[in-house]
Design a protein around this ligand. Sequence first.
Ligand code: ADP
Ligand code: ZN
Length: 216
Amino acid sequence: MRIVLLGAPGSGKGTQARQLVEHFGVVQISTGDLLRQAVADNTELGQKAKKAMDNGELVSDDIVLSMIKDRLQQPDTDNGVILDGFPRNLAQAKALEELMADIKCPLDAAVLLDVPLDSLMQRLTGRLTCQDCGAVFNKYTNPPRKDGICDECGGKLIQRGDDNETTVRQRLETFTEQTEPLIDFYKKQNKLISIDGTQDIDTISAEFKDVLKRFG
Ligand code: ADP
Ligand code: ZN
């Protein structure tokens, strides 16, 4: 299975991807997670990416593409991949097509997690992320059982630096301008599957499993 997850920031891509990983035994590749790791490790790549991330803008294509190229070449991807947060603009989508044609593994589908933009501000500013395992909770809509503690691994929950109102506003704008055109791009290739992302988490993941099972 080779799937792209499309959706605005806060649409729930990461939450769903984690469930699909468990269910289908594939790997999740999140460019956001890879970039945050690079920033935390203070690598050269991380230093270059940090400013764009803090501002809610896209990190440059050459950084993201070289990162994704490396990642897709690792052997754990043989069983299938879920790309979460990549591609994020047309240039990245075209580069991905070439990459996948090279390794003779075309994309099966792009799944859009469809959520109206006006509900995303609360989701993002209320978001709590586990610093150990990356699980995602929400102060308002999906609180952890114990305040500040991850249900899944007991790790500490933190608020991501870019989940503040100003940066969120910019990230939503970046999505509308640069990522939303990918919906049409994949529609034209007959690869788009759309799922209503306003439903509750378990309903969404049941729907995901159902539409993706034909890709094994
Ligand atoms: P979200 O989808 O909630 O905005 P991500 O974790 O996917 O969060 O991304 C966080 C930030 O990392 C983005 O705002 C952007 O700066 C950067 N980023 C992630 N993926 C990409 C990508 N494919 N291309 C460019 N920048 C990216
Ligand atoms: Zn955790």
